[in-house]
Structure formats: structure tokens, C-alpha cells
Design a protein around this ligand. Structure first.
Ligand SMILES: Nc1ncnc2c1ncn2[C@@H]1O[C@H](COP(=O)(O)OP(=O)(O)OP(=O)(O)O)[C@@H](O)[C@H]1O
Ligand SMILES: [Mg+2]
Length: 264
């Protein structure tokens, strides 16, 4: 039997509050098929990721559903072991006094911060320390979040997502508020992860930060898939200009893409 798709969304209708974000959304991403998702503010990108992390569910009806790794139903803890999540909201959810190692360890408990009644085991602690070392931030283990730079915080959060060695990482604008060096270091890290077999689902506004290893791009607009395909076919002047409603021009260099304004 072939392995199930990483994500299979069929004809989903999704609300947030009174806002209907998706109507008839269908999208399938295979395991190993790293994908970047782009679109204007409010297009539904973060909502899509929350469908994957089971923080939001579609309206229940016949012929519609969201399957992750072949399953409709998931225990959140089991799902966290398979999909690692990084988002700015998650980073903000952490109490400022939580230390680097505890941020990583919290991945084992699908929580923000640690709870007294769930002390980590020695093996979990060892694994968390190894992850911090792999990410080049072993020195942050004892440092409270409040005293870390945005880039350091983001690495610890990535560590939290990686502590279970999940097959896929779901990243919502992971370089927000990082400087160029920190952002490109994170991109380098992501590139290494893809090369080591992780699947990335990356939402970003920074086209130049899409790792060359990500070959598929989905453009979302007003809750609909506006374009979807190999990067070169999706990231065209015409598509991006229509997507963002402003004349744009795309340039490719060394496998990276960048977008410039175009005078019309
Ligand atoms: N908690 C909420 N309650 C009601 N509506 C919401 C809520 N969160 C988001 N929305 C609405 O859902 C739509 C999609 O929002 P979403 O956050 O998915 O957009 P996005 O593509 O991630 O945008 P951005 O690029 O700004 O992050 C928007 O119209 C937004 O106003
Ligand atoms: Mg968003």
C-alpha cells in the first residue's frame, strides 16, 4: 500500500468566529512534498495551518474532511509527535521566565512551559539537550526567554518542534522579527532538515526565504487556492501581481526567488 498523504483536505468549509475563511477548499500534500504557502494578509494561511494542527475543524458534512497522515481523528499528543509546529503565536504564549531547555522539553507535553506534575524523564532531558546542541544553542538551556533575542527564542521553539523528531514541520512565518543573519541561519537550518528527509510546510511573506529545496508553492487568495504547482510555474510575475493586486516582478537566483515592484 502506498503511504497516505501528509495532508488531505477535501471540500472544507471553515469558520473563524463569524468569518467564513474557506469554502470548498481542497488541497493534498504528500509526505516528503515540502511546500511553501504564500498569500496576502487574511488569505487564510494561518487558518490552514491550524486545520493541520487540529486547533480548528471544518464544518462537518458529507464528502468533506481533513485527513492528516491518512487519519481523520487524532489525539493531539500523538499528532504533535508527527508534526512539529512553529509560530509566533506559540512563541508569545510562553511565560517569559521559561528557560531554553524547558521550551524544548515542553514539546513532550504539548504545552507552553512545564508543569510541576509532569517532570520530564532523564531520557527526555537528554534528548532536549541534544536538540539544543544540534541547533547550535546549547548555551541557551538555562536562559529565560525574557533574556533571549528573537532569533534565539525562535531556535528554542524550533527545538520544541523537533524534540520528537517529527516527519514534518509546520512553520507559520518562522522568520518574523529576525534580522537578516538570524533569518538566513534559520533558512539554512530548514534546508538541512529537508535534506535529512523532513517535510516542510512553510507559510511566509518573504519569498526570498523559501529554501531552494522546497519545490511546490501554493498561492492562497481569499480562502481559495489561486495557483498551485512547481515553484517556477507558481511564482510568476503575472501570478504574484494578481495575487497581491500590485504590479510585481520575480527574479530567480541560485534557487532562491525575490520579488520587486514593477512600474506599470
Ligand atoms: N480569531 C478569529 N476570529 C474571527 N476571525 C478571524 C480570527 N482569526 C482570523 N480571522 C479571519 O480569518 C481570515 C483568515 O485569517 P488568517 O489568520 O488565516 O490569515 P493569514 O493568511 O494567516 O493572514 P496573515 O498574512 O495576516 O497572517 C481573516 O479574514 C481573518 O480576519
Ligand atoms: Mg497568518
Amino acid at each position: 500500500m502506498s503511504s497516505p498523504a501528509l495532508i488531505e483536505i477535501e471540500d472544507a468549509e471553515v469558520y473563524r468566529g463569524d468569518t467564513r475563511v474557506f469554502e470548498g477548499l481542497s488541497l493534498r500534500i504528500e509526505q516528503g512534498e515540502s511546500t511553501a504557502i504564500l498569500g496576502p494578509n487574511g488569505a487564510g494561511k494561518s487558518t490552514l495551518l491550524r486545520l493541520l494542527s487540529r486547533e480548528i475543524y471544518p464544518v462537518h458534512r458529507e464528502g468533506s474532511g481533513v485527513r492528516i497522515l491518512g487519519r481523520e481523528r487524532w489525539d493531539v499528543f500523538a499528532l504533535r509527535r508527527r508534526l512539529g509546529l512553529v509560530s509566533y503565536e506559540l512563541q508569545m504564549a510562553y511565560p517569559r521566565e521559561v528557560r531554553g531547555l524547558d521550551v524544548v522539553l515542553s514539546g513532550f507535553f504539548a504545552s507552553a512551559g512545564l508543569h510541576e506534575h509532569e517532570p520530564p524523564t532523564g531520557a527526555q532531558r537528554g534528548r532536549a539537550e541534544a536538540v539544543l546542541r544540534e541547533l547550535g544553542v546549547a548555551h541557551l538551556g538555562d536562559k529565560p526567554i525574557a533574556e533571549m533575542s528573537a532569533g534565539e527564542q525562535r531556535r528554542c521553539l524550533l527545538g520544541r518542534a523537533l524534540v520528537h523528531d517529527p516527519e514534518a514541520l509546520v512553520l507559520d512565518e518562522p522568520t518574523t522579527s529576525l534580522d537578516l543573519k538570524a533569518a538566513f541561519e534559520l533558512v539554512d537550518l530548514l534546508r538541512r532538515l529537508v535534506r535529512h528527509g523532513k517535510t516542510l510546510i512553510l507559510v511566509t511573506h518573504h519569498v526570498h526565504e523559501i529554501p531552494p529545496e522546497i519545490e511546490r508553492v501554493v498561492l492562497l487568495r481569499r480562502g481559495r487556492v489561486f495557483a498551485d504547482g512547481p515553484k517556477r510555474e507558481a511564482l510568476t510575475d503575472d501570478n504574484l501581481s494578481r495575487l497581491f493586486d500590485v504590479p510585481l516582478s520575480v527574479v530567480e537566483r541560485d534557487g532562491f526567488f525575490q520579488v520587486f515592484p514593477r512600474s506599470s
